[in-house]
Design a protein around this ligand. Structure first.
Ligand SMILES: [Zn+2]
Length: 380
């Protein structure tokens, strides 16, 4: 919506307003034969749209809008269009304008409250959004929408307990998002418990997360963290390997961590296992593993050498570096490692946000589990 050209956007708004006027003047299905029949205020509004004065256009249209049963859906459509276009203040004006009308039917008042709460959420006015969503969640017909939005408000506020509560309420009315979302809330709470040295509570929360999703790499990582603190390196290694097998995106951050826990004499055996596991999943996974290994300064490890050569010689981007000096394996691997150290490592597959840190919850679009490895080396 946001990249609609101005003219198209103007036409969409004009079509909606024409709909309002059709109701307003009782035209029904008979549309005016010519523009001469249109109300002068409508033409003035269109003129403002064309001359890029959207606020004056909206003033004019709001003046014309008689919120009766025939035109009400058009008000909501226009408000929703403005919100989706990022023009939240205008959406708020439309919904507040509706709510200011004494004659508004109860169901329309409730719908307008929900729409206004969504505007506030978009505008980042979380406290106002929360209050309205709570109010609307009492309306059975709108309960699922309001609770789900409330859940998003709590996510933005990092109030994971409340977010979990909203998820549980949604589950009771069979309108919950996937259980993995509840597992993430439990992991957020477990992280807080670990930070305040409450390992008993953290373990309880992680067991609850496992009840939501059996194979959940984030919970395995956190349990590994607790095991490491409790001086149980064998358990920590097993849990880390489990997390890496389930979620190879974690390799870049967790491979060096895993190898620190492994005894030096066992390192080559672990690397051989990991490289075989990656290769068995296809060339893409092998490449991901090799990049993580190079970034972790493991290019010299004997069990990896053949795989690193195979990846470097086949990757289109790396060919240039490789061709320059294939004989000097170590130097080439080191240079690639230096490039990887400055490359963006992760990207959100929902919104394209990228960076060098991994997130379970995208900071830009707020999707869960949307981060992927993005180890594209940018040659200077
Ligand atoms: Zn995103």
């Amino acid at each position: 919506m946001t990249d609609l050209p101005l003219l198209t956007w103007g036409l969409v708004v004009a079509a909606l307003v024409l709909g309002i006027l059709a109701g307003h003047f009782g035209w029904g299905r008979r549309w005016p034969a010519s523009l001469k029949q249109l109300h002068p205020d409508y033409l003035a509004g269109l003129d403002y749209l064309v001359t890029e004065q959207p606020d004056r256009a909206l003033d004019m249209f709001l003046k014309l809008m008689d919120a009766n049963a025939d035109t009400i859906e058009t008000h909501f459509a226009l408000g929703s269009l403005y919100r989706r276009r990022g023009e939240v203040e205008r959406a708020i004006r439309i919904h507040q304008n509706l709510l200011a009308r004494d004659a508004l039917a109860t169901e329309h008042r409730e719908q307008a409250l929900l729409a206004l709460a969504q505007d506030y959420l978009c505008a980042g006015l979380l406290d106002r959004a929360e209050g309205l969503f709570q109010q609307v969640s009492e309306v059975p017909r709108l309960r699922a929408s309001a609770l789900d939005a409330l859940r998003l408000v709590y996510e933005r506020q990092h109030d994971w307990q409340q977010a979990l509560g909203a998820h549980r309420q949604l589950a009771r009315i069979k309108a919950a998002p996937p259980r993995v979302v509840a597992a993430h809330y439990l992991c957020e709470l477990a992280t807080l418990a670990i930070e305040s040295d409450d390992n008993v509570e953290a373990r309880r929360l992680l067991r609850e997360a496992r009840d939501e999703v059996r194979q959940f790499p984030r919970a395995a990582l956190l349990r590994a963290q607790i095991a490491e603190r409790d001086a149980q390196p064998e358990l920590a290694i097993r849990l880390l390997r489990q997390a890496l097998a389930e979620s190879p995106e974690l390799l870049q951050d967790e491979l060096p961590h895993l190898l620190k826990l492994v005894e030096p004499q066992a390192r080559d055996a672990v690397l051989s296992d990991l490289v075989a596991q990656a290769a068995s999943r296809g060339f893409g996974e092998l490449k991901r593993f090799v990049f993580a290994a190079i970034a972790a300064n493991l290019a010299g490890a004997a069990p990896l050498r053949a795989s690193i050569e195979a990846v470097i010689s086949q990757d289109a981007t790396l060919q240039a570096v490789w061709r320059a000096d294939p004989a000097q394996y170590d130097r080439t691997a080191h240079e690639i490692g230096a490039l990887l150290a400055h490359a963006e490592k992760y990207r959100c597959n929902e919104c394209g946000y990228s960076g060098r840190s991994f997130y379970w919850h995208c900071p830009a679009c707020h999707s869960w589990d949307s981060f992927e490895t993005h180890a594209i080396v940018k040659l200077r």
